[in-house]
Ligand binder design. Structure first.
Ligand SMILES: NC(=O)c1ccc[n+]([C@@H]2O[C@H](COP(=O)([O-])OP(=O)(O)OC[C@H]3O[C@@H](n4cnc5c(N)ncnc54)[C@H](OP(=O)(O)O)[C@@H]3O)[C@@H](O)[C@H]2O)c1
Length: 345
């Protein structure tokens, strides 16, 4: 039965520097009514994505409007359709969209509003999988490897935040294409996982090792592809080691998401001297790959060709703490909040 209250977590203060829990507050809102072409969904899961930090920042993310104070925190999630005025979103369908940190949300079936656009999940996909390994991060990793920087057999493919949701998939997809993959991650445990289970040739612990020295030893001919989730100082280090005609994919900026000032690159001139290129990746531009990415990644997961880890935290109220934990890096596996129990899990 539909409750009459919509429990929400809203933004009450913009973070300055590192995000903390005092930026958010729990409130009781109203359950919205779907308009033409829209559906009301019950939110089952929300992913704790680094994108949230950009959306709540004063500067905004540059591709979606900055969240206003008092609005529910924007977040990717999975919901089940309760009421519908959209042919694309039938009652009972499980959909992925920007549900936000709330119990009920409005979704629409077309691109008229990117902040509400919903895609139905394939048959048999669970809510947790839809928010993690078969979520927008999977499409990002797939688009990165298929379109932005396809791996070449034998070439060196370096991946930062290699134990993250996106990074762990990129490591494996590039390895499947025959590239020699090297990861960068933040603990011995994560590095072990990246090598032993994801199949990278090596993984550099950027918190404990000298990344430049390790790259010099591991990549004497330079880095052919750098799939970068981190930006900042690490990107500067890799720019010094980029190979002739190397390619860099800017996928994320984890190291500077919480910085008061943007990092100023010192070594970008290596792009010129090495005839290298750097390209930005935004999953929104590659949403046409959603069915193909989910079908192929889902198949590889089922056959054991790919592995993935997620950590489910029960209760919407834990979302702010989970966002802080994301940047502490003390977890192995993509963080996801279960907002409501569901037989689909
Ligand atoms: N461009 C797009 O369209 C798009 C779409 C989705 C995701 N992304 C990007 O993909 C990347 C991974 O996202 P995800 O959702 O897969 O992440 P995730 O699974 O939540 O992983 C987060 C990990 O990031 C690392 N990290 C946190 N703070 C860091 C810092 N200051 N410096 C370096 N690493 C840090 C931590 O691992 P360590 O312990 O290894 O530091 C942490 O465990 C992010 O950069 C995200 O913005 C981009």
């Amino acid at each position: 039965m539909v409750s009459r209250i919509n429990r929400q977590i809203v933004l009450v203060r913009r973070p300055v520097g590192m995000v903390d829990e005092s930026c958010f507050a729990e409130v009781e809102g109203e359950i919205p009514t779907p308009g033409d072409g829209q559906a009301l969904i019950r939110v089952l899961c929300v992913a704790i994505d680094p994108a949230i930090r950009g959306w709540i920042d004063e500067r905004g993310s540059g591709y979606l409007p900055a969240l206003k104070l008092g609005e529910p925190v924007r977040a990717n999630g999975i919901g089940v359709v309760l009421e519908t005025r959209s042919e694309r979103l039938p009652v009972g369908a499980l959909v992925t969209c920007l549900t936000g940190w709330q119990e009920y949300s409005i979704a629409c079936g077309d691109f008229s509003d990117l902040t509400k656009f919903a895609s139905p999940l394939p048959e048999g996909c669970s809510a947790v999988d839809g928010a993690t390994v078969l979520g927008q991060g999977a499409v990002t990793a797939y688009a990165g490897v298929v379109r932005a920087a396809p791996p070449v057999a034998g070439e060196t493919y370096l991946v930062s935040a290699a134990a993250s949701g996106v990074g762990s998939l990129v490591v494996q997809l590039a390895r499947l294409e025959g590239a020699r993959v090297i990861g960068i991650a933040g603990s011995p445990e994560k590095c072990r996982w990246v090598v032993e289970e994801l199949g990278a040739e090596a993984c550099i612990d950027y918190k404990r090792e000298n990344v430049d020295a390790r790259l010099k030893a591991l990549c004497p001919k330079g880095v052919n592809v750098f799939f970068d989730n981190v930006g900042g100082e690490l990107l500067d280090v890799v720019l010094r080691r980029i190979a002739h005609r190397g390619r860099i994919v800017l996928c994320g900026s984890l190291s500077t998401d919480n910085a008061a000032e943007p990092h100023r690159l010192r070594n970008y001139d290596r792009l010129m001297s090495r005839r290298a290129s750097m390209v930005g990746l935004n999953v929104i531009d590659h949403w046409d790959l959603f069915p193909e990415a989910l079908k192929r990644i889902g198949g590889w997961l089922a056959s054991g060709t790919l592995v993935y880890r997620s950590q489910v935290v029960d209760g919407l109220e834990h979302a702010p703490n989970a966002l802080v934990r994301l940047y502490e890096g003390d977890h192995l596996g993509k963080l996801v909040i279960r907002v409501a129990g569901s037989p689909l899990g």
